[in-house]
Design a protein around this ligand. Structure first.
Ligand SMILES: Cc1cc2nc3c(=O)[nH]c(=O)nc-3n(C[C@H](O)[C@H](O)[C@H](O)COP(=O)(O)OP(=O)(O)OC[C@H]3O[C@@H](n4cnc5c(N)ncnc54)[C@H](O)[C@@H]3O)c2cc1C
Length: 286
């Protein structure tokens, strides 16, 4: 029987030094993805580095630029945060519908992103909010836009020995509106079949800029750039939103799996994009 080495850290520096010496060690935060994968035999790490005790990676802070969320902040902490509700509304909405209380209490925002599931519910909201992620490794780190973080299912840009430390979300402007919506077979306990988020800035009655992102419909969470191009600079109307939402089919590549068929995902993507756009525009006062 192979033995599993378990190491627990309360200092970021100690964790980074250990990871640089033992690049094959698997990081664990809440364990709600990792432990499931280990139990299923999909992952068989020989060493696990538990980072839950690193306090500087926890918490939600307001800064001059907007919001800073530590990678170890739990989904439940995000769900209960009035700061997130005010400064990152679609992320807050995603946390309301995320899994069960038990999973939300264990699962972290960093784990949700680093697991790189196409169905990660925090990813589309962070994409439309223009978030950036900060990483650390021994002797350095980098800050990159969230969209550049995902490479494919289960794959991110993180290199061996590199940790996700924080998520930065810019402060929203006055004439912005946001929305998030997900579709699952049940309200909780289950990953999304499709999720969608939108952020829109209204200028002189027109759509000055717009971002739309979806989950569970491509190998990574994706921006719906064709939809965005169709809307930018135009005066919002029901007909415009309806025809632009249909363009999402150019931006997604869904597959059939145990949760839903590709055909159903395509149909529901159009519906969810229309709904989040309508809601975001209403909230922006358009
Ligand atoms: C019953 C159930 C329901 C679920 N429902 C949902 C849902 O509704 N929506 C949803 O999106 N997800 C859902 N999930 C998936 C999971 O709970 C989330 O993805 C959660 O946020 C993962 O966080 P964690 O801290 O538990 O990650 P972990 O399991 O600890 O880690 C996940 C991965 O990320 C890596 N990692 C973790 N933190 C870092 C870091 N800071 N830096 C570098 N790498 C890191 C780990 O090495 C591992 O590969 C569900 C899971 C279960 C079991």
């Amino acid at each position: 029987m192979s033995m599993l080495e378990y190491r627990r850290f309360s200092s970021l520096e100690d964790a980074l030094r250990f990871l640089s010496e033992r690049p094959d060690a698997k990081i664990v935060a809440g364990g709600t993805d990792l432990v499931v994968q280990m139990r299923m035999g999909k992952l068989k790490p020989s060493t696990v580095a538990d980072i839950r005790g690193i306090m500087e990676l926890r918490g939600i802070r307001e800064s001059d630029e907007g919001l800073e969320i530590g990678a170890l902040t739990t989904i439940e902490e995000i769900r209960e945060s009035s700061l997130v509700e005010r400064l990152a509304p679609p992320l807050w909405e995603a946390a309301q519908e995320f899994a069960t209380w038990q999973i939300r209490n264990m699962g972290t925002i960093g784990g949700n992103l680093c697991n790189a599931s196409p169905a990660a519910d925090t990813a589309p909201p962070l994409m439309v909010l223009g978030a950036r992620v900060r990483t650390a490794r021994l002797g350095g780190g980098r800050t990159i836009p969230i969209e550049e973080f995902f490479r494919g299912p289960g794959e991110t840009i993180l290199e061996k020995g590199e940790l996700l430390t924080h998520v930065h979300i810019p402060r929203p402007g006055d004439s912005e509106g946001h929305a998030f919506q997900r579709l699952g077979r049940r309200v909780a306990h289950i990953l999304s079949i499709v999720s969608a988020a939108a952020a829109v800035g209204v200028e002189d009655g027109r759509i000055g800029w717009v971002r739309v992102a979806l989950g569970s419909v491509a190998p990574t969470p994706v921006r719906a750039r064709t939809v965005e191009r169709e809307l930018t600079g135009k005066t919002p109307s029901r007909d415009l939103i309806k025809s632009a939402s249909e363009k999402v089919l150019n931006d997604i590549k869904p597959i059939s799996d145990v949760r839903a068929s590709a055909e159903y995902r395509r149909a529901m993507s159009v519906v969810l994009v229309r709904r989040v756009l309508e809601k975001a525009l209403r909230r922006a006062g358009a």
